[in-house]
Design a protein around this ligand. Sequence first.
Ligand code: ATP
Ligand code: MG
Length: 357
Amino acid sequence: MVASVDAGTLRRVVVEAAERSAEVRKVVTAALGAAPQKRSAPRSELSTRLIGQCPAMEAVRDAIGQIAGTNMPVLITGESGTGKDLVAQEIHEHSRAANGSFIPVNCGAIPGTLITSELFGHERGSFTGAVSRQIGQVELANNGTLFLDEIGELPCDVQATLLRFLQDLKIRRVGGNREITVDCRIVAATNADLQEAVATGRFRQDLFFRLDVFPIHLPPLRERGDDVLLLAEVFLDRIAMELHRPPITLSRDARSAIRSYHWPGNVRELSSKLKKAVILCDGSWLRSEDLRFLATAESNSQASPKRRGPKGRNFEPEEVALALRRNGGNVTASSRDLGVSRVTLYKLISRYGLNRG
Ligand SMILES: Nc1ncnc2c1ncn2[C@@H]1O[C@H](COP(=O)(O)OP(=O)(O)OP(=O)(O)O)[C@@H](O)[C@H]1O
Ligand SMILES: [Mg+2]
């Protein structure tokens, strides 16, 4: 059956199958293996979603399938850059709340004094500076999904308010006396060890139990075997397309350099390092020389094991310009792409005299 379709159709089938059904994916991938395909990965023009075939990622995909249709809270854990945001979006898109809004709240980025009003809203005049009524993020997520990112950063008093909301699904705006019922799906994520935070009293145990009903753990990229190569091929296709370059193929030694590096910044780091490598490479093959900076990053991170990301490395001006262009000049999105803080990105923009527009 599969052998009778043309290669383009087959690719589309592979990608759709890979995104929707573990079972179908296995069959089609096996058929692809037998077909005269140069690459093991589905091509990127079709896939924007969770890529990976290792057992742990299969389990993640299965878990998303099982949980999405229910209204249970989900707790996504994993190191920075492992795909927690992506999984949260997948859950939303496959859930009953898919037609509602997906409201992400970065609990670590909102100052402690503002977070209650940011989450639950406030009435006009409820505190100095509350010049008008503000609807909170929880209320905005009504009939949709509330994504509480970096939940481990939530201050203790706000944890208590959130727990009350999870128990009775009602909120009260700051300074308001009316209870408002909110029906939303809760997805939380953290790269911290919440169990340890509970043990040390930084995170409420009752809230942890409430959220930990259905945990989904994303393994670090270095534990996903050949998935790193699959991802690298898909990212290379995307990068080549963005740069209007012909397709770029990984040489054997580049594959082994990618496979043996430990990727402390996980998938985000893979994507940003490949962008740099493509800029360094001048042909249609990516060789290990184009990835030589991985060796430096490896030895730096071994010298200081606490160093988690690619922060502080040198960027080519083109690389920074490309990130800004890709994200329409948005500094937050571009800094995430590059794996640096916004402050670092602002410094790079001014150092290279770049235009954000
Ligand atoms: N399995 C995957 N397949 C394809 N792309 C992925 C995968 N995992 C992550 N990515 C991409 O890698 C980047 C980082 O992923 P994401 O933002 O979801 O990580 P995160 O775990 O939320 O990180 P952080 O803890 O820093 O917030 C994103 O561009 C995302 O689309
Ligand atoms: Mg995230």
